[in-house]
Write a protein that binds this ligand. Structure first.
Ligand SMILES: NC(=O)c1ccc[n+]([C@@H]2O[C@H](COP(=O)([O-])OP(=O)(O)OC[C@H]3O[C@@H](n4cnc5c(N)ncnc54)[C@H](O)[C@@H]3O)[C@@H](O)[C@H]2O)c1
Length: 333
């Protein structure tokens, strides 16, 4: 098959490309490198360094069977302070990729959403049938994108699937962005002998998915013809850990004398967030292969080999006021 991947130089898109190429598919990939790295792109990908604007997407998507849309500036809490940048690269680009997919009559459109869609909920774990209640612009933009994906695909007879990954960890995740990827930031700081910074008291809880477990689900979604018109949480749901426990596990792996720096909590942060993977188990025959600890070991090895790096403050902070986290305002990370 000829498969079109947006965000192919990013963490998820590049691993997916590797897998699909290994399975014998032809992969056309696009990325403007705002958050990705050219080194991540498999040599066999027909790569185009472009923005996901409409005309370019229409041209490059020619004769593709399936579109997997992963391109995004995937910033949850930061989207409250740079709403224009983040929603433009979440909602608006989804509209151009989707419109191009319809114009090119692709057979299947897979949209990569986020658990940010769920926001604050009364019950846990989050299940796909819950009413979405996002607390940040990124989650709103993902949820709005999902609605339009469903509308346009159903109207035009295109198979569609929305996948909802949890927090993913693993090699190739960007570890120099101070605005996202908590585990990667902690590892990068500890390698520089700096204590991890924790927002709030560290009792917030999250689930982390190892990249290979997520890729397994994506492969199934893409190649299994009978999965259609579904929203599916992907990734493990077994280990639900606090941010304090996450820091302890990383420190343990790195043999680091842990004494976290606690700073005020970020606005609108969801206290407990975990998704049920029951639907993935049922539809995709999913089972977790990598424990949180093993996933973190692999990530520590990757970042250690690449070497610790300074954090990169290239994204503009649009709204700077007294509620903007001090770590970002004063570049403390
Ligand atoms: N990593 C996670 O923990 C996680 C969790 C849930 C959902 N997701 C979703 O998975 C997808 C991939 O995330 P990731 O972690 O690989 O992020 P990533 O930043 O590593 O990859 C995204 C890629 O999209 C590219 N991109 C952004 N805007 C673009 C534009 N306008 N035109 C072209 N390319 C553009 C970036 O350069 C980057 O390489 C995203 O849609 C994200 O919302 C990720």
């Amino acid at each position: 098959m000829r498969i079109f991947i947006t965000g192919v130089a990013g963490f998820l898109g590049s691993h997916l490309a590797d897998r699909l190429i290994k399975l014998g598919n032809e992969v056309i990939g696009v990325d403007n490198l705002i958050g990705g790295d050219i080194d991540n792109v498999n040599d066999s990908v027909e790569f185009h360094q472009v923005d996901c604007d409409l005309d370019t997407m229409v041209t490059l998507m020619k004769d593709c069977d399936i579109v997997f849309h992963a391109a995004c500036t995937a910033h949850d809490g930061f989207s409250l302070f740079s709403p224009y940048l983040i929603t433009k690269n979440t909602f608006q680009i989804t509209m151009s990729v989707l419109s191009a997919a319809v114009q090119n009559k692709v057979k299947k459109f897979v949209f990569c959403s986020s658990m940010s869609r769920y926001g604050e909920q009364k019950k846990m774990p989050f299940t796909e049938d819950m009413l979405c209640n996002p607390t940040v612009p990124y989650g709103v933009a993902k949820y709005a994108s999902e609605l339009v994906v469903k509308q346009l695909c159903e109207l035009n007879g295109i198979n569609w699937v929305v996948i909802v990954p949890h927090n993913i960890i693993g090699p190739r995740q960007c570890y120099t962005d101070p605005f996202r990827n908590v585990a990667a930031i902690m590892i990068n700081r500890m390698l520089q002998s700096k204590q991890p910074i924790i927002y709030g008291d560290g009792s917030h809880k999250r689930c982390f998915s190892y990249i290979d477990d997520v890729i397994y689900c994506l492969e199934k979604v893409l190649v299994q013809g009978n999965v259609n018109g579904e929203i599916i949480n992907v990734g493990p749901d077994e280990e639900f850990v606090s941010i304090n426990e996450l820091a302890e596990t990383i420190a343990d792996i790195m043999n680091f004398p842990l004494k976290p720096i606690y700073v005020p909590i970020r606005p609108n942060e969801v206290k407990y967030a975990t998704c049920s993977s029951d639907k993935a188990r049922k539809l995709l025959d999913y089972s977790t292969k990598t424990s949180l600890k093993d996933g973190l070991v692999s990530m520590v090895n990757f970042i250690s080999q690449k070497g610790s790096k300074n954090f990169n403050y290239t994204y503009p902070i649009e709204i700077i006021n007294e509620i903007t986290p001090i770590t970002w305002r004063n570049k403390l990370i």
